[in-house]
Design a protein around this ligand. Structure first.
Ligand SMILES: NC(=O)c1ccc[n+]([C@@H]2O[C@H](COP(=O)([O-])OP(=O)(O)OC[C@H]3O[C@@H](n4cnc5c(N)ncnc54)[C@H](OP(=O)(O)O)[C@@H]3O)[C@@H](O)[C@H]2O)c1
Length: 376
């Protein structure tokens, strides 16, 4: 029986993880759950699973009988879990970093959907992974795909990897058309049904920058050897070009329950019915990312290569800007403006530690809210 602490249980990945857990009660037990504000959904999960541990804002403590932690104690909660409990990190944003580090320090496996963890903390986590008996197992379709293609092969065996991008909600829009797009339009992803932040990140292509960073740290691949192709069908998720000329590719439907199941199941494969008919799909298209259409992609990759606090600034500016856009406080194109502004404004030559990352993340976000919202 695998016991699971599900961080972000009420979100898109959290809910799909629950579906898998509930499909296999003989294999998985939900040990603990967390959410930020969605009390109704968390209570419903608690009714069904009677979890040992709940993490949420202090004001909801009276709803729960068992062990309860306040939201700012996520890392402490992870640290105190029994040794066999694995973490599914389905939080959104840099808040996912501390519990991941706490889990790895405690030699636990982390099944990681929260890509911002590796974006802001990759440089801290990379050496930690060498010391920890815990592993990071990706719950992201592209990285799960690469992991499947790599099975039985060494990292020295390939020349390059390709991850694909759908192009997001505005892949057929001109720059002029982007000037007055709405939040509702931005949230209509053509292929995937996901949480709000990642849907906007897909439209701006920042999500793909984050995934390149994720791949760099997960598989130890130099940035020069990671390519991105726009593939509007979202059928091929990852490709590996082996040195001997063979190219391994991974295909599958746009269904996150497959990478979730893959991360959870270990060596004994579990059954999952997926409806995937290549004949119906008919054609697959691939093209390079157009820098004019997606200026944040080239910018983001350049920042990723600089490493250090530059990437923390990029992520924090993006998180705050996307939040403001979702709250209809700024236009879609102001997301770009805010990111450029923050990258120019902040001193990024600071030594990277967990504390300095958290502090810098907070400062950048504070600046964005003050400057673009008047502090709200
Ligand atoms: N959705 C996908 O298909 C997909 C695919 C690949 C990777 N990912 C990655 O997986 C992560 C989760 O994405 P998602 O789409 O599932 O997000 P989501 O639907 O927005 O869910 C986020 C979860 O985190 C909780 N949360 C939000 N802010 C928090 C905070 N400050 N402190 C503690 N908990 C907080 C939310 O609680 P409340 O519900 O109470 O607000 C919710 O449970 C992201 O990093 C995303 O990039 C997602």
């Amino acid at each position: 029986m695998k016991r699971i602490m599900l961080l972000g249980a009420t979100g898109s990945i959290g809910q799909q993880t629950l579906e898998i857990i509930e499909q296999y009660p003989e294999r998985f037990e939900l040990f603990g759950i967390s959410a930020k504000t969605n009390i109704e959904t968390l209570l419903a999960i608690q009714m069904r699973h009677n979890c040992n541990v709940v993490v949420m804002d202090e004001k909801y403590r009276h709803h729960f009988d068992g062990k309860f932690y306040n939201l700012d104690e996520l890392a402490k909660c992870v640290e105190a879990l029994p040794k066999d409990v694995v973490i599914v990190n389905a939080l959104v944003g840099s808040v996912g970093l501390e519990p991941t580090i706490s889990a790895l320090r405690g030699h636990r496996d982390v099944l990681l959907a929260n890509k911002e963890t590796l974006v802001v903390g990759g440089e801290i986590i990379h050496p930690l992974l060498k010391r920890s008996k815990g592993r990071i197992i990706p719950i992201d379709s592209e990285h799960s795909a690469l992991r499947e293609c790599l099975k039985g092969r060494s990292l020295n065996d390939f020349d390059k990897v390709i991850i694909t991008a759908s192009g997001g909600s505005f892949r057929d829009y001109s720059r002029e058309q982007l000037e007055d797009v709405t939040v509702e339009e931005a949230l209509k992803h053509p292929n995937w049904s996901m949480g709000q932040k990642i849907t906007i990140d897909s439209a701006t292509m920042m999500n793909k920058v984050f995934e390149v960073i994720e791949a760099h740290y997960l598989f130890n691949i130099p940035y020069e050897n990671i390519e991105v192709l726009i593939h509007k069908e979202s059928v091929v998720h990852g490709l590996i070009y082996y040195k001997d000329g063979n190219i391994m590719t991974h295909m599958g439907p746009s269904d996150m329950r497959i990478p979730i199941l893959t991360a959870l199941q270990d060596d004994q494969l579990l059954a999952y019915r997926s409806f995937f008919d290549l004949a119906k799909i008919g054609m697959l298209h691939f093209k390079r990312v157009d820098a004019k259409q997606y200026p944040l992609f080239d910018l983001g990759i350049a920042v990723a290569k600089k490493k250090g606090m530059h990437v923390v600034t990029l992520n924090a500016a993006n998180e705050a800007a996307v939040d403001l856009f979702l709250r209809k406080k700024i236009t879609y194109l102001t997301i770009e403006k805010i990111i450029y502004d923050c990258l120019n404004r902040f001193d990024n030559n600071v030594t990277l530690t967990l504390d300095s990352v958290i502090e810098h993340d907070r400062e950048v976000k504070k600046y964005v809210y003050e400057e673009y919202l008047g502090g709200g």
